[in-house]
Ligand binder design. Structure first.
Ligand code: PXP
Length: 239
């Protein structure tokens, strides 16, 4: 089945509550890897509300799994990524006041900028992925921009309340995954995935990787990080 990318932002959120050193996101990343994470995801936000510059430098040198840096297309962040050189950069939209990433990156609206950022990051040996809403036009523009990886925003699926609503969202994600794959794109997905709604997405044929953060870290508060990751890895890996 699919691979699991664990987003460790909220380990850093807890640390930033006191602006001290604990809990250390790098220590957390190493536990996630041991527990079955296939990659580690961290979002260096422009306001540095959780992950800070030093974290991504330390993650890059300490990690023995793929490091996927979530980031905006702002010039400052692109320059930092180009220096740190994570294995992958997932480009997301970013608004200062938002609680979490709201909606996918609008590839149609930001086409020229995304094409330029892709060129810079790819030129530095970084794999580029675009976090997009499940909309055909966004996929077409991703391909046109020369980007080879997408992460489908599963927020609408996660928020759907009725059986019919959930089924509708699953169909949209399934159909567009198939379409993107037919164009040669690698398809990942994430956002709002929890222990009770991840299996359906992990089972979509050819789904490459799921990026999950909040539900794992929330569960870890009660059962410990290693067990929380192991339980999610079991669902995603289908073992
Ligand atoms: N993928 C992307 C692009 C995200 O922005 C986020 C949230 O940081 C996630 C996945 C993980 O979402 P969640 O924390 O809801 O699991």
């Amino acid at each position: 089945m699919a691979l699991l990318g664990v987003n460790i932002d909220h380990i850093a959120t807890l640390r930033q509550a006191r602006r001290e050193f604990d809990p250390d996101p790098i220590k957390a990343a190493l536990i996630c890897k041991k527990a079955g994470a296939d990659s580690i995801v961290a979002h260096l936000r422009e306001d540095r509300r959780h992950i800070i510059d030093e974290d991504i430098i330390r993650l890059k040198s300490a990690l023995k799994v793929r490091f996927n840096l979530e980031m905006s297309i702002a010039k400052e962040i692109v320059e930092i990524a180009s220096k740190v050189k994570p294995d992958q950069a997932t480009l997301v939209p970013e608004k200062r006041q938002e609680i979490t990433t709201e909606g996918g990156l609008d590839v149609v609206k930001n086409f020229t900028k995304i094409k330029e950022v892709n060129k810079i990051l790819s030129g530095n040996g970084i794999g580029v992925s675009l976090f997009i809403d499940p909309i055909k036009e966004q996929i077409d523009k991703t391909l046109e921009a020369g980007v080879k990886i997408i992460e489908i925003h599963t927020g609408c699926y996660a928020l759907a309340k009725t059986k019919a609503g959930i089924e509708r969202q699953v169909k949209v994600i399934k159909d567009l995954t198939k379409y993107a794959q037919s164009l040669g794109l690698t398809v990942n997905a994430g956002h709002g995935l929890k222990y009770n709604n991840t299996k359906t997405i992990a089972r979509i044929p050819g789904m490459h990787e799921l990026n999950i953060g909040h539900s794992i870290i929330a569960h870890a508060v009660f059962v410990g990080l290693e067990r929380a990751v192991k339980e999610m890895a079991k669902i995603v890996h289908g073992k």
